[in-house]
Design a protein around this ligand. Structure first.
Ligand SMILES: *[C@@H]1O[C@H](CO)[C@@H](O)[C@H](O)[C@H]1NC(C)=O
Ligand SMILES: *[C@@H]1O[C@H](CO)[C@@H](O)[C@H](O)[C@H]1NC(C)=O
Length: 233
């Protein structure tokens, strides 16, 4: 009898780990994000509040009434148009996430178009919720990511038209056009809401500023250098 329960325990543990190894499958055909619906809520009190008030809780946006769903909820137009790269970094990302296309809600997928002026940079950033797979449509791109502590190994490569590269979830990564003509890429991300944390903006452009003497110690430089960088954001 004891060995029966042991076996049962092992089976349950095995099944649980299989279930936890991937996102749960959607339990409906779709859940088009309802921008006018209840705000995203977190925590036991707000869950209780939402429960008492009859709103639908999902890990993301609430669902629009399926009877009101239209084809446009699943659609985006304009990804053939070049993004405006006239900015200090010389690149532009055009996102197609749940914000632009509410039908993406709960599907764990989205895409972006990336435009680069000659020598334009998509600065080091991370997507806290997504792995990214990118392909170059025009020109060439130097791409790379840095592994986590303690090694912080830089994995980098120059891509030509048609080449594909994958940026692992959450790792700091970047792209740079290494050519004298514009370059274009498209990428897919494994979240409908991948999020972006641009390292420089988060560290030097927070609101309010992180204390300059704290950053001076972190970066092992004088506070005047920190003040100078903070003034750019
Ligand atoms: C591109 O952006 C720059 C800077 O914001 C702006 O001056 C320019 O008019 C924009 N170009 C187009 C075609 O929208
Ligand atoms: C990280 O660096 C250590 C020390 O140099 C090395 O032994 C280890 O293999 C490295 N790990 C990876 C994943 O590169």
């Amino acid at each position: 009898m004891a060995s029966y329960f042991l076996l049962l325990g092992v089976l349950i543990a095995t099944c649980s780990s299989i279930v936890l190894a991937s996102d749960p499958s959607p339990l409906q055909d779709f859940c088009v994000a309802d921008s006018k619906g209840p705000a995203l809520v977190h925590g036991p009190e707000s869950s209780l509040f939402s429960f008492l008030h009859g709103s639908i809780l999902v890990n993301g946006f609430g669902c629009k009434d399926p009877k009101l769903v239209q084809a446009n909820d699943f659609s985006f137009s304009g990804l053939h148009l070049p993004g405006n790269t006239s900015n200090p970094v010389g690149s532009k990302v055009t996102p197609v996430t749940v914000t632009q296309t509410p039908g993406l809600n709960t599907f764990g997928i989205s895409m972006v178009r990336l435009d680069f002026a000659p020598w334009g940079v998509n600065p080091p950033h991370t997507h806290p919720r997504a792995t990214e797979i990118l392909t170059v449509l025009e020109g060439s791109l130097e791409v790379g990511f840095v592994t986590s502590n303690p090694n912080n190994s830089l994995i980098t490569k120059t891509l030509e038209k048609g080449d594909v590269f994958v940026f692992p979830e959450s790792l700091v990564h970047f792209q740079r056009n290494t050519g004298n003509s514009a370059s274009v890429a498209v990428a897919a991300l494994s979240s409908q809401n991948p999020g972006v944390i641009t390292v420089a903006n988060a560290v030097f452009g927070s609101n309010p500023d992180i204390a300059n003497d704290l950053l001076a110690k972190a970066f092992q430089v004088d506070t005047s250098i920190i003040n100078n960088i903070q003034s750019k954001f």
